[in-house]
Ligand binder design. Structure first.
Ligand SMILES: N[C@@H](CCC(=O)N[C@@H](CS)C(=O)NCC(=O)O)C(=O)O
Length: 210
């Protein structure tokens, strides 16, 4: 059975949600962030050298990196990804990578800048501008389709949830992007999303990310 090494308030919430959508059996091994530093406990390094979450174990396989895990699970189940020869595949691929490769960077910068106080002021316009630009891009992507890859809900929506929710809580800009705001409401009302929150424990969107 798949084991999920789950850190509270973290990207591993997406992996629990993916497993719930797929109705795959799994067990959760919990880790708690240090209350002062927010870092993962050293025990996670015994599972994977980076010591970060999520990590899954599936038999002999130990896999880190949320996008790789979500794609691995989609391929294993043969679900929640468009067929590679179909019209939605490249959009799915794009958003599977965009979530961590582009959207998370300015959000992480903002999180760390928050710890610098006034010293971060020169960076603020640039970082806030980048967050707004990424949110506008995400909002526009939903202009002619309900889900990020197309007409069907896919694993790209799961992968995109973390930057969208983190941006919503950290920037306060979500009301300016009504299609993205509506998408957030729709993902959060999915039964599998809610079951994953129950399994993963309380989720503070403004704390995860680092
Ligand atoms: N790009 C990686 C990022 C992994 C990552 O940074 N995870 C955070 C939780 S959201 C973590 O483990 N932070 C604790 C630490 O760095 O000690 C992914 O998507 O899996």
């Amino acid at each position: 059975m798949i084991q999920v090494h789950h850190l509270n308030n973290s990207r591993s919430q997406r992996v629990l949600w993916m497993l719930e959508e797929l109705e795959m059996p799994y067990t959760v091994i919990r880790y708690e962030r240090d209350p002062t530093t927010s870092l993962a406990p050293p025990a996670l390094k015994a599972i994977h050298p980076l010591g970060k979450s999520p990590v899954i174990q599936d038999g002999e396989l130990v896999l880190a990196e949320s996008g790789a895990i979500v794609e691995y699970l989609a391929r294993k189940a043969g679900r929640l990804m468009p067929p590679p020869d179909g019209p939605d595949f490249v959009r799915w691929l794009h958003f599977m990578h965009f979530a961590e490769g582009s959207a998370m960077l300015p959000l992480l910068l903002k999180l760390y800048m928050g710890r610098l106080g006034d010293a971060a002021a020169p960076l603020k316009p640039r970082v806030d501008g980048e967050i707004a630009a990424h949110l506008a891009y995400m909002d526009a992507a939903l202009a002619d389709r309900p889900w990020f890859a197309g007409p069907e809900f896919t694993s790209a929506d799961i992968q995109m949830s973390f930057p969208a929710e983190a941006a919503a809580s950290r920037s306060g800009l979500l009301p300016h992007f009504p299609r993205l705001a509506d998408w957030v409401t729709r993902i959060q009302s999915r039964p599998a999303y809610r079951r994953a929150i129950e399994k993963g424990g309380p989720y503070a969107f403004d704390k995860g990310g680092a």
